[in-house]
Ligand binder design. Sequence first.
Ligand SMILES: C[S@@+](CC[C@H](N)C(=O)[O-])C[C@H]1O[C@@H](n2cnc3c(N)ncnc32)[C@H](O)[C@@H]1O
Length: 274
Amino acid sequence: MEIHTDIYLGDSKDQLARLAVDSVDLIVTSPPYADQRKDTYGGIHHDKYVEWFLPISGQLLRVLKPTGTFILNIKEKVVDGERSTYVMELIIAMRKQGWLWTEEFIWHKKNSYPGKWPNRFRDSWERLLQFNKNRHFNMYQEEVMVPMGDWAKARLKKLSDTDKIRDTSKVGSGFGKNISNWIDRGKAYPTNVLHLATECNNKNHSAAFPEELPEWFIKLFTKRLDTVLDPFMGSGTTLMVANKMQRHSIGIDIVPEYCDMVKQQLRPIELYLL
Ligand SMILES: C[S@@+](CC[C@H](N)C(=O)[O-])C[C@H]1O[C@@H](n2cnc3c(N)ncnc32)[C@H](O)[C@@H]1O
């Protein structure tokens, strides 16, 4: 069985035009954040970020299948003592562009560096925004279930009366819970918070994903032989993981060295799978 990997060198805005309409099952990506890492690959001013990103998200909307999902890793920085609002402005602009903003996951960076700031604490999380084209999209929740663990031992030992019947949601969501249903079950669904360490040292890139991050979303939103795209691939973490999980992958980066590096690293994996 052959797993395809396509790597394109250039600006995503232009390169994405080469991909077919409705051809991608999952997009997982971390674009440069506003004004960040200027020395490495050029920052975009936070006032110009939405204007810069919209042509790219327009192309992503075109190439994503109607059943597909787009996961965008992003975090607003502090400008003049205030959090910049460009991420919020981007969400609103993307909704106008035709995207549904379906969910927001939090990446809790378990090992972020300690530090001291006069008016804030250590930043240890980033946003993982989920966008879709439709309300009904492919999602394989059983693939990311977690062991019940200690929560079950402590919580299920002392069931209250409301725990034993279906308890109508107090927030009017229409969903209730019957906690006793979970007795004797080995696994539960996870929350929308991902507790993952950051990863920089063992990759030739200053802002690489930990492998578990694309892995979790690839499990949740794709099946074997589906296609995963990272339009800002950097060191190619998304592509490597997709490849190992037997998904086709497409990567784009504007820096030639990253494209060469990813091609070199992917070669042995591709040969192994052929
Ligand atoms: C935050 S890094 C991605 C890191 C990646 N997730 C990894 O695991 O290594 C963003 C990448 O986007 C690339 N980039 C910046 N502007 C771009 C553009 N207009 N088109 C394509 N790639 C771009 C940079 O070269 C950089 O490698």
